[in-house]
Design a protein around this ligand. Structure first.
Ligand code: ADP
Ligand code: MG
Length: 760
């Protein structure tokens, strides 16, 4: 007999029709595909299903206990009664209805049977049974029409034909732990369970990719056992062991990819850019209007050393909002320029890119006017390149970049994809981007047509939970700025419960007037742009900026919009102030005009979307009011409030919400108001929202490389895997001794690349 392995096609092992269906509907073609299609959850036989979790419109299989049974005889109404129109057409007339109300101890669900006289007798109150069917809603009550039923009973004659599929399910899991697979139209639980069972019974030969030593060290079961137990565990302990093993594999394959990327990147040659005394950097340091914080100095030293080596730097700089990352990056850029090379700074939005260009020019002063008349010899030129430049300006910018005239280039990430050539690129700084995936960084390092890969510094102000950092930035070395510059004012955050205390909202507007009277400025942030657009605003990198608004929470009204709130403020409480509007739908030039007007003090109040979330730095802004605050994520709120309190005046942040006290949305806001520790909030945020949102869409390879793994729950596993991966790669960089591991790595890479190309 031919040996069956993970690559064996399902066709020929299970029925041809089933195989075709699995292939068509779920892209499950091989034994491996099917065995890696893990259950979504497990039911315990006889354990009543929580009816509160049912979703109207979905098919569900529930365990319930019969509460009441009512039967109704409609009598004979003639063969064509009700026929001819509507849904009933062509069906036999309804003569008898049995309503079986089942419960989970809290809630009820009505199962309705038409002309099926036997159910009344077979399901007396108190019976536990499994019901499967589509959940509908009727007069505000959950309902299931004509479900299939399986009664758990010792006497075979009480089993019904209708429920044979269900009975099969129950009986084929003697341990009582029943896998529940994610379904799509046309594929039922029974089909999946039967196919998996057939395949597992054929005892496929599954070589274990992970070295025995590691399995023993971590107390993990072998892969064959894990794949069996994930689908048909004898009990929950076995299921747990299976999950532990599979999670470890996922963590290990991702960490191996990162460890290899890191090792490879480290081995590339790079132009060393040692500090050159008497250059731009020294001149800049001499004119610095403040003293660097200890953290800035230390990180600066580390970076200076990285840049001086013959291998490229690949470093992540994390630091709270306002911790002064820009100065650190700028000093790195100047060191590189002092070595005769160029540096580029990439920002996520045009607003931010323009702001960076502006502030770099300010900070560098005469040092940044290279090429202009009377500029000193050591000075350099700053070129801004964004999508909104006119054709001529763009051409000139490209020329400056290609000729090497521009020492510093500032732009959006689009710069990477366009035909931009650098004369001599030495350093890439990526600002404020935790959605910048491994693949993008990889592409970026390849951005050197000739010569050696540039040094890379990635900066993020979003404090990242450790596991996320390890997974998303695992290929980078990490530095963190823990302190804020001295003299930084604390931000006081207060929740304003608009529904309970409407007067507080009035007070908020009054408070803005007071700030403005003191010569300060304020932001008002809204979740939406206009009245006619969708619920969320797309940020320029294409990810949904919106709010992980609680899915279960009912939306009483659409979110407040910038246009609406700006109009209300201009007509009402702030009619005598200068109110500007900023959002992603303004044309880029307009955006920049508004932003610089605000930065100059030409506007008192800026009503904006989350475009101001990242990096915008207007030290004179002392207050922020966030409308419908419960619609934003915790980390996002933290980011947003970091825009105020950057100057001498203490920052005020008001979180306006209609979410009632005690609701999840309100609890999150209370948490944000209670702490200013971004890392603490990031961990809490990870707990409260879907991980996908935290990682962002750019996190490549997530779909299958991380099926079982949770970045929140599996921290220990990820740390173990990270250590193991480093050791394995250090020992055997090509993993020649571990072909199974090498295959795991290739699979992740193939998927990441595919993912990247798909998004391309
Ligand atoms: P972020 O880390 O959020 O990017 P920035 O680099 O924008 O922070 O810095 C915030 C503000 O703090 C800027 O106005 C910057 O000039 C100022 N700043 C940076 N470092 C210091 C320092 N050591 N002392 C005082 N102010 C500083
Ligand atoms: Mg910044």
């Amino acid at each position: 007999m031919q040996e069956i392995g993970l690559d064996t096609p399902l066709k020929g092992l299970i029925g041809a029709r089933t195989a075709a269906r699995l292939s068509e509907k779920l892209e499950l073609v091989t034994v491996g595909d099917l065995l890696r299609y893990y259950p979504r959850k497990y039911d315990q036989r006889g354990k009543l299903t929580d009816l509160a979790k049912l979703v109207v419109g979905e098919r569900a299989t529930v365990w319930g206990r019969v509460v009441t049974v009512t039967e109704r005889d409609l009598g004979y109404r003639g063969p064509n009664h009700g026929a001819g129109r509507g849904k009933g057409r062509g069906r036999p007339p309804v003569k008898h209805i049995t309503n079986v109300v089942i419960g989970d101890g809290n809630r009820h669900l009505t199962c309705t049977f038409f002309n099926q006289y036997h159910w009344g007798k077979m399901l007396p109150p108190g019976t536990d049974a499994m019901f499967s069917g589509k959940i509908t809603q009727f007069q505000n009550k959950l309902q299931m029409s004509s479900p299939s039923v399986a009664i758990l009973s010792d006497t075979p004659d009480t089993r019904s034909r209708e429920g044979s599929d269900l009975l099969e399910i129950i009986e084929s899991f003697p341990g009582g732990v029943i896998p529940v697979y994610p379904l799509v139209e046309g594929v039922t639980q029974a089909i999946l369970q039967r196919s998996v069972r057939t395949v597992l019974d054929l005892r496929p030969v599954i070589p274990d990719p992970v070295p025995d030593g590691l399995l023993a060290q971590h107390g993990l079961i072998d892969l064959t056992a894990a794949l069996d137990d994930i689908h048909r565990p004898r009990n929950h302990e076995h299921r747990e062991h299976a999950q532990r093993r599979l999670r470890y594999d996922e963590a290990l394959s991702v960490q191996l990819v990162l460890a290899r990327r890191k090792a490879q990147a480290r081995n590339f040659p790079a132009e060393p850019c040692p500090r050159a005394p008497g250059g731009l950097l020294d001149a800049f340091d001499a004119n610095l209007p403040f003293e660097l914080t200890e953290g800035q100095r230390e990180v600066g030293e580390t970076i200076a050393r990285d840049l001086a080596t013959i291998h490229p730097m690949n470093r992540l700089l994390q630091g709270e909002v306002g911790s002064g990352k820009t100065v650190v990056a700028l000093r790195a850029m100047l060191q590189v320029i002092d070595s005769g090379r160029q540096a580029v700074m990439l920002a996520p939005t045009e607003v931010l890119a323009a702001q960076h260009a502006r502030s770099l020019r300010d900070v560098l002063g005469p040092l940044g006017r290279g090429g202009e008349l009377g500029a000193s010899a050591e000075s350099t030129a700053i070129t801004l390149l964004t999508g909104s430049l006119g054709a001529r300006a763009r051409k000139q910018a490209l020329l400056n970049i290609a000729s090497g005239q521009a020492g510093i280039v500032v732009g959006t990430h689009a710069l990477l994809s366009e035909g931009v050539f650098f004369a001599n690129l030495g350093l890439i700084v990526v600002d404020e981007q935790h959605r910048f995936g491994v693949e993008q960084r990889h592409a970026l390092r390849a951005k050197h047509p000739e010569g050696n890969p540039p040094h890379v510094l990635v900066m993020t102000a979003t404090p990242i939970p450790r596991t996320v950092a390890m997974t998303v930035f695992g290929d980078l070395d990490t530095s963190t700025l823990h302190q804020l510059p001295r003299g930084r004012s604390p931000i006081g955050t207060t929740v304003v419960p608009a529904a309970e205390k409407p007067a507080w909202v009035e007070r908020a507007w009054q408070r803005i007037r007071e700030e403005v009277a003191k010569g300060h400025q304020a932001y008002v942030v809204c979740p939406k742009i206009g009245d006619d657009d969708g619920d969320a605003e797309l940020s320029e990198d294409g990810t949904l900026v919106d709010p992980d608004a609680d899915p279960g929470e009912e939306m009483k009204r659409p979110p407040l919009s910038v246009t609406q709130v700006a109009a209300m403020l201009r007509d009402g409480p702030l009619s005598d102030l200068r109110v500007g509007v900023l959002h992603g739908r303004l044309v880029p030039g307009e955006k920049d005009d508004v932003m610089s007007a605000f930065a100059r003090g030409g506007l008192d109040v800026l009503v904006a979307t989350t475009v101001i979330e990242v990096g915008v730095d207007v030290p004179n802004a002392s207050m922020m009011v966030i409308m419908d605050a419960e619609r934003f994520g915790m980390s996002q709120l933290h980011q947003l409030r970091g825009r105020v309190g950057r100057g001498q005046a203490p920052g005020i942040c008001l979180l306006v919400t209609e979410a009632p006290a005690g609701t999840p949305g309100r609890v999150r806001l209370d948490a944000v108001a209670a702490t200013t520790d971004g890392f603490e909030l990031a961990e809490a945020d990870l707990e409260l929202r879907r991980e996908g949102n935290v990682l962002g869409t750019a996190q490549a390879g997530r779909s299958t490389a991380l099926r079982q793994l949770s970045l929140l729950r599996d921290r220990e596993t990820i740390e173990q895997a990270r250590g193991d991966a480093a050791a394995l790669v250090g020992d055997d960089p090509d993993m020649a001794r571990w072909p199974g591991l090498a295959d795991m790595v290739s699979a992740v890479i193939a998927e990441q690349e595919q993912d990247y190309l798909d998004k391309g």
